[in-house]
Design a protein around this ligand. Sequence first.
Ligand code: NI
Length: 403
Amino acid sequence: MTFTVSSSNSLPITSIRDSILALQAQLVEWRRSIHQKPELGFEETITADFISRKLQEWQIPHQTEIAKTGIVATIKGESPGKVLAIRADMDALPIQEANQVSYRSIHDGKMHACGHDGHVAIALGTAYYLSQHPETISGTVKIIFQPAEEGPGGAKPMIEAGVLKNPDVDAIIGLHIWNNLPLGTIGVRSGALMAAVECFRCIIYGKGGHGAMPDQTIDSIVVASQIVNALQTIVARNVNPLDSAVVTVGTLHGGTALNVIADSTTMSGTVRYFNPQLEQFIGERIEAIISGVCQSHGATYDLDYWQLYPPTINHHEITELVRTIANEVVETPLGVVPECQTMGGEDMSFFLQHVPGCYFFLGSANPERDLAYPHHHPRFDFDETVLSMGVEIFVRCVEKFFS
Ligand code: NI
């Protein structure tokens, strides 16, 4: 059977099998139930409970409370063999939902504004389907429900808790519902898909004083301003122009009154890049610039610099498997978008540092239905057609992986 939906640019979505289409109403119900009760990182107890009850109902063995709220479900096939993991993140954001929908968030100040509610529904649908069709698995499928992707990061503690071991995972796949792409498209890319996320916070110490007597002071605002400008030279003049990188100063605070020279000024910012070789480099350049500018003015500084997530880098072989499936599911060459890189970050990156795998984007925007707000927006919502599409893609990846 062929299931066709018109998206904004009239790309047809095809090739979702009847038995998965039949799950669509339930997928929507699960997603909306999770959407109504969003929980922040490492607090996903209602969500974990919901997942665990479903897995129990379907008699799928699973382990709960991994890295606080994470869950791993294990579905064994009819014969032993390789192990494929599927990862879904489950946390929400500290945003007040502005959508007026029947399933809007009932948790004040919290919202599933990134689509992780959909990721959980897709992973549950996949678990259910596979538990009903163990013949498609010659080996084991592990489904990883991961907390705290939005921060501080649940992937790393789950790996440390051993989710990739016993049985050892051979490959991993995961998807993000993606409103930057229209419904009916899939973003698949070998190599770097998403950027590394590094952060810094810096306090510049000068010497405060009277606004009319600057000669008796060291103006921390003037020093900080020169630093903000000088930091822009890192991307413009130090990073290879064929690499992409971002250095953003997001906050700058100093001073208490218009006629007082600020004793200290605080700034913070974020750094993004794809090339892992830039891992040390940009942070070192930032410190060198801060140190040099401070020294030239007689100011001092305290700098905190840390990496949140490494770049999300897809492995060629598994990416080709996903690309083949994507081309089958959206039966048009325009449906699979190769150049879908983003400077956003993801802690799927930690899983991909340990095992080969592929993370990909499932286009979900439908402007005709007013479902095209960006991720992390108080009016974010997506076209739920992607739910059965996501299950179809995961199931096909499983079938192809074990074939
Ligand atoms: Ni997200």
